[in-house]
Write a protein that binds this ligand. Structure first.
Ligand SMILES: NC(=O)c1ccc[n+]([C@@H]2O[C@H](COP(=O)([O-])OP(=O)(O)OC[C@H]3O[C@@H](n4cnc5c(N)ncnc54)[C@H](OP(=O)(O)O)[C@@H]3O)[C@@H](O)[C@H]2O)c1
Length: 238
């Protein structure tokens, strides 16, 4: 993005992990943020940022798994802002229970799809009116290399993998449909990162992953819409 004016950014999964660090770094850069999560109002990390940044940060409790929750929340955002420049669909879950064809928990698979796939679709639909009025608007959908068919050399993690593969397809559809509004939609893989989800064995720190993804997100052009990228903005295999 070429413009240096403060951006109006909305992100899900802001209470901890990657989302909390994105929120911190955007506020530090002078941007305005709506930080959403199921526990946005009780997140210590977000409370500290609210104390430091005042009106630039808004916190709302919301679950991306529920249509009414998303619609209500996005209406509230619309009462404060008349436009938005960036939606980061970052909220995600990784269910571990049962991981073979024999013991796979299908309800967990459905829950993963509800959150990881349908959540970003709900958010994009509810926020399209604000995004189309934004400055160089974009939707960044946080996927995983585990959703790549080409990269799946081990199997396992059924629900998570399927939910992210489906998100990749949804993101390509978003890119097609939202191009007429000037909205760029992509999926990005953060790398394996030391968060609650990634665990202590992950090689990347949250700060490293967020710094590189922030640069990549800023540089995506309409020609790259619909793509699948790593944290540095390089294409990944579907
Ligand atoms: N860490 C990695 O190595 C890695 C690798 C590849 C992809 N990713 C992806 O990166 C994204 C962020 O991951 P992370 O590692 O930061 O995970 P994390 O530390 O587990 O944080 C997940 C975030 O999502 C929120 N969330 C979960 N379910 C939600 C729901 N139903 N509605 C709204 N918010 C919800 C959580 O907040 P509440 O609990 O307060 O709702 C939390 O803020 C995810 O999409 C994940 O799949 C991570």
């Amino acid at each position: 993005m070429t413009s240096k004016r403060p951006r109006r950014i909305i992100l899900t999964g802001a209470s901890r992990g990657l989302g909390l660090e994105f929120t911190r770094s955007w506020l530090a850069a002078g941007h305005h943020v709506f930080a959403l999560a199921r526990s946005a109002s009780t997140s210590d990390g977000l409370a500290k940022l609210a104390a430091d940044h005042g009106d630039a940060l808004h916190r709302l409790d919301m679950t991306v798994a529920d249509e009414q929750s998303v619609v209500r929340t996005c209406e509230q955002i619309g009462e404060t802002w008349d436009a938005a420049d960036l939606l980061l669909n970052n909220a995600g879950i990784y269910k571990h229970k049962g991981d073979t064809l024999a013991d796979l928990d299908l309800d967990d698979c459905l829950e993963s799809i509800k959150v990881n796939t349908l959540g970003p679709i709900r958010m994009a639909r509810a926020l399209r009116p604000l995004l189309r009025k934004g400055n160089q608007p974009r939707i960044i959908n946080m996927t995983s290399l585990m959703g790549s068919l080409a990269d799946n050399s081990s199997g396992g993690s059924w629900g998570y993998r399927m939910s992210k593969t489906a998100l990749n397809m949804a993101s390509r559809n978003m890119a097609h449909e939202l191009a007429s509004d000037g909205i760029i939609a992509v999926v990005i893989h953060p790398g394996w990162v030391r968060t609650d989800m990634g665990g202590v064995g992950a090689p990347l720190t949250i700060e490293e992953a967020v710094a590189s993804m922030t640069r990549a997100m800023d540089n995506f052009t309409i020609a790259q819409a619909g793509g699948f990228y790593d944290r540095n903005g390089a294409p990944l295999p579907w």
